[in-house]
Design a protein around this ligand. Structure first.
Ligand SMILES: NC(=O)C1=CN([C@@H]2O[C@H](COP(=O)(O)OP(=O)(O)OC[C@H]3O[C@@H](n4cnc5c(N)ncnc54)[C@H](O)[C@@H]3O)[C@@H](O)[C@H]2O)C=CC1
Ligand SMILES: N[C@@H](CC=O)C(=O)O
Ligand code: NA
Length: 442
């Protein structure tokens, strides 16, 4: 057996992810040591309760309640406890004491990432976070390293497993949102309070991280436009199927030209969207995640797999551990986060996309023409219109009770669309604006 010097590893948190990280590291320690050229010695695992049940067996002598002492004695600190404080304080302590840091904490990175990266850069340490987006899926390293020589234009991501599971059940099993959410809760995908998933907060944090990395700028979570899936109905999902689409909660990060100033900028948004049934993202089922990247030279790439789960996420954490340990063996300062492009974050009103608008309208001559005029007044170009007439009564008594119009548009700005929808809602020929959904991936 080869004798290596030992690197001291502290793990903070032994929940779903932490317990699996510890167990896999203890099980495969020798194999990983051979890959790294140094021993990986777990010096301790910080927990709040020494006797809490764990998802994997961990030797009790490794558990400790004094996180600070563990951090100060470590070469590499793995933070898998979640939350903002004390995680932020612990990571700052770890970095300033010269340790490299690995975190799975998207909430922390989306709010305090820039200050933590600045500290890492100052002290020459490295902050790794592959597990923070897309769980086990390699996406941070591909964006940071493999695509660093290219120019990323756009990212379309399914980055929240819980909402993808819910929308998939609505699409394939005919569930309502409430039924699908109940199933997601029973399977342990959704938390008891599913707000972070359902209302798009979790996806928005991931979008902020992806946009910062892809466009080499700083996108804070407050700069991400966010709409969750609470308003998505089974009727919308069925109507989407009929017109050859599926509804997905998407994180969309784009590099674009500001229509107001003509300058380059970036935008990040999270919202339900229609995706053509033949698009690779439409085939992402259940709680899986996928990130579809469009780059200038590379073209389209898709990264797909398990976006969550303790053991799956532990794989990403351990990949980061191997990278961090190799850097310790080789020496030298950490690589700075390349967020210096300083591209402005554009508001949602500057974004252009396609829309599908469903209207209940009166069924009488001239209605279509009036509606078409309304679109053209705002510079929104209509691509296709499908009409179905709603009837009441039967046989000789059957009469029209109105019509449903499904209108697909060409690209238009959010500003123009919002003005169009406001006018549609106030038009005497429109009984109701039933649904407005953005269309992506065309
Ligand atoms: N579970 C998953 O599938 C994924 C989780 N993540 C991220 O990984 C991190 C951990 O997530 P989970 O393991 O699922 O959470 P968890 O809630 O199962 O585990 C967190 C553990 O940390 C402990 N903890 C909290 N504060 C502590 C403190 N001050 N000192 C010591 N221990 C403390 C808790 O008692 C708990 O056992 C979070 O940031 C989460 O967003 C990222 C991707 C997927
Ligand atoms: N709640 C998240 C877990 C991983 O980040 C999800 O549902 O994807
Ligand atoms: Na990942």
């Amino acid at each position: 057996m080869i004798e290596y010097r030992n690197l001291k590893i502290a793990i903070l948190g032994a929940g779903s992810v932490g317990a699996q990280v510890a167990s896999l590291l203890l099980e495969h320690g020798e194999e990983l040591a051979n890959r790294v050229g140094a021993g990986l010695e777990v010096v301790g695992i910080a927990v709040r309760d020494l006797d809490a049940p764990r998802t994997a067996e961990i030797p009790r002598e490794l558990l400790a309640t004094d996180a600070r002492s563990l951090i100060l004695g470590a070469d590499i600190v793995i933070e898998v406890m979640g939350g903002i404080e004390p995680a932020r304080e612990y990571l700052e302590l770890a970095l300033t004491s010269g340790a490299d840091v690995i975190t799975a904490n998207k909430a922390l990175l989306a709010t305090h990432g820039p200050e933590l990266f600045a500290i890492a850069e100052q002290v020459g340490a490295q902050l790794y976070y592959e597990a923070a987006v897309g769980g086990a899926i390699p996406i941070i390293r591909p964006l940071r390293d493999s695509l660093a020589g290219d120019r990323v234009h756009r990212i379309l991501g399914i980055v929240n497993g819980t909402t993808n599971y819910i929308l998939d059940r609505m699409d394939r099993d005919g569930d309502t949102l409430e039924q699908a959410l109940a199933a997601a809760t029973e399977l342990g995908y959704a938390e008891a309070d599913p707000t972070a998933d359902i209302d798009g907060f979790d996806a928005a944090q991931k979008a902020a991280i992806l946009a910062s990395l892809a466009f080499h700028t700083t996108v804070a979570v407050d700069g991400v436009h966010r709409e969750g899936i609470r308003t998505v109905t089974r009727d919308q999902v069925v109507a989407a199927q009929r017109s050859g689409f599926v509804v997905k909660l998407l994180a969309v990060c784009e590099r674009l030209v500001d229509p107001e100033t003509g300058r380059d900028g970036v935008s990040a948004r999270v919202h339900p969207a229609l995706i053509p049934a033949g698009h690779p993202l439409a085939a992402v089922h259940g709680a899986n995640n996928a990130v579809f990247v469009e780059a200038e030279a590379a073209g389209s790439l898709m990264f797909y797999g398990a976006g969550a789960g303790g053991r799956q996420t532990a794989s990403a954490v351990l990949g980061d551990l191997v990278s961090a340990a190799r850097r310790h063996v080789v020496g030298g300062p950490g690589v700075a986060e390349s967020t210096h492009a300083d591209l402005p974050i554009l508001p949602i009103s500057s974004v252009s996309t396609r829309y599908q608008i469903t209207l209940s309208v009166l069924d009488r001559p001239g209605v279509l023409a009036q509606i078409a005029t309304l679109f053209s007044e705002h510079g929104v170009s209509v691509e296709a219109v499908q009409q179905s007439v709603v009837t009441v009564g039967g046989g000789e008594d059957e009469e029209s009770a109105g019509a449903t119009l499904v209108i697909g548009t060409h690209r238009a700005t959010e500003k123009a669309l919002a003005a169009t929808v406001a006018d549609l809602a106030g038009s005497p020929v429109v009984a109701r604006v039933e649904s407005v959904l953005r269309v992506e991936g065309l």
